[in-house]
Design a protein around this ligand. Structure first.
Ligand code: SF4
Length: 473
């Protein structure tokens, strides 16, 4: 996906003024948050599971080379193939090659963020393949020619009337001319279209929630069953996954699954959890003739051991997005690349560069909710601060912000001067705010007061109040 991360500010402003987006986001927001809270409250051992899941991931990352090689060996033993891809280009080439070798014409796809990351659909279509997304949300945005706006709910930014219009526009060629408006009818219509695609596909491409080193299996969780049809019906099954999806054992998968579903959708378990190990064996009733895994690095091995190492624990549950006030206000498209919200604000600059995505780590209030709800306890706020620091050190911070920070640093090292100037500043602002007790425009911060008044300071400065209280005690 071509990045638009540099245009975060205008895109965010446009999102705030998009009534349909605001309506869709308002509807989605509460649902995810409440369901997660109830699911976590209902499981007393949630915190213990969270720690165990975190330990499993840390152990795996510390021995990633070992488990990746074990995974490859077990995939081969089961009759499958592993393709290593350092870059998105290598991943795209590997998948296109497998499709060409299989003489494929039609490809069905389950949800895969790695496929989005490497822009797989474009590559497949350029190679002359007919590509059909089968996850309902992904199918909707494929029709709308839009990227996903959420990592587990790709079409969360769309309202039901928008989807009705989209289906009406595109489904006439299947003989479905009735305008469907109710959710069951919308789902049923999608099912009719997708069923035909499942039965005629030559290659099925899925992502992976986990790759199991001890068995060479890929694991996907879905609520629609589309993943099962994508990986069992076509002749060839291709898994696109990134290297940090490895876990050592099946037992480890079950531990992490218990925190994943609760954190993502508030379910105890997703409706379908599917394990795929190699191609069909003689005694199997169904399954593909070929099983391929494309393993993508794309900068992840550079993160091992550095200050962003913990980001590799991410299991893409989406909880940090659902609890982020910034994401909740602007949705996912404003972020301009594949991964939105707090996890995206860390991952995107690391993958496509701070020069392109420098706005993202700054679009955060550092309220810390993302870390609180993250089932892997990833210190997202600390990483966002570290990225801001990198940005400053690389000279990418805008000059005005650099001067402001330099002035603040100068004053912070001189407490007396700092206190006198803040007392003076307070008095000036209090005078400026008369008689309303609020300022319509704040000097040097016009953006803040463009949409709200700033209450004029009252009373004494914080330092004075603190000294007075301490003296009284
Ligand atoms: S950072 Fe944490 S909360 Fe966000 S998607 Fe990853 S695992 Fe989930």
């Amino acid at each position: 996906m071509k990045s638009q991360a540099h245009a975060f500010k205008p895109r965010a402003a446009a999102a705030l003024h998009d009534p349909q987006l605001q309506q869709a986001m308002a509807k989605a927001k509460g649902g995810f948050v409440d369901k997660r809270r109830l699911a976590v409250e209902a499981l007393p051992e949630f915190e213990a599971l969270r720690s165990a899941a975190r330990e499993i991931k840390e152990h795996t990352l510390a021995h990633l080379d070992y488990y990746l090689e074990q995974f490859e060996e077990r995939v081969h033993a089961a009759g499958g193939h592993v393709h290593w891809a350092r870059t998105p280009e290598e991943a795209r080439d590997a998948v296109v090659r497998v499709c060409r070798d299989a003489g494929a014409r039609r490809v069905t796809k389950g949800k895969s963020m790695v496929a989005e990351e490497v822009d797989l659909n474009d590559a497949l279509e350029s190679a002359g393949l007919d590509v059909m997304e089968t996850d309902l949300g992904e199918y909707i945005i494929q029709l709308a020619e839009e990227p996903p706006s959420h990592i587990i709910a790709p079409a969360v930014h769309m309202t039901r009337p928008q989807i009705t219009d989209l289906f009406h526009e595109h489904h006439g060629k299947y003989g479905l001319t009735e305008r469907v408006t109710e959710i069951p009818a919308i789902v049923n219509e999608a099912r009719q279209v997708l069923r035909e695609a499942f039965l005629s596909a030559d290659v099925g491409i899925t992502g992976a929630n986990f790759l199991v080193a001890e068995t060479g299996s890929s694991v996907i969780v879905t609520n629609e069953g589309n993943g099962d049809l994508t990986n069992t019906l076509p002749r060839v099954h291709v898994v696109t996954a990134s290297i940090e999806k490895i876990v050592p054992t099946l037992e480890d998968v079950t531990t992490i699954l218990r925190v994943l579903a609760r954190s993502a959708t508030g379910q105890e378990m997703s409706s379908y959890t599917t394990f795929s190990t190699g191609p069909r064996r003689d005694q199997d009733l169904d399954g593909p003739e070929q099983f391929h895994v494309v393993l993508l690095d794309n900068g992840r091995s550079q993160m091992l051991g550095n200050e962003f190492h913990e980001m590799l624990r991410c299991i893409r549950c989406g909880a940090c997005l659902n609890h982020c006030p910034v994401y909740g206000a602007i949705g996912g498209h404003a972020y301009g690349w594949v991964y939105p919200g707090p996890m995206g604000s860390v991952l995107t600059p690391l993958m496509i560069g701070l020069e392109e995505a420098g706005h993202l780590p700054n679009a955060c209030t550092l309220n810390g909710r993302c870390q609180e709800v993250c089932p892997m306890s990833i210190p997202l706020p600390r990483m966002l601060r570290d990225l801001r620091m990198r940005e400053f050190e690389q000279g990418l911070t805008p000059p005005r912000a650099r001067w402001a920070l330099a002035a603040w640093a100068y004053l912070a090292k001189r407490p007396r001067l700092y206190q006198s100037l803040s007392a003076l500043g307070m008095r000036v602002l209090a005078l400026m705010g008369r008689p309303r007790g609020a300022l319509r425009r704040l000097p040097l911060a016009g953006g803040w007061t463009a949409v709200r008044d700033m209450p004029a300071p009252q009373g004494e400065t914080f330092q004075r109040a603190w000294r007075r209280r301490a003296g009284r005690r």
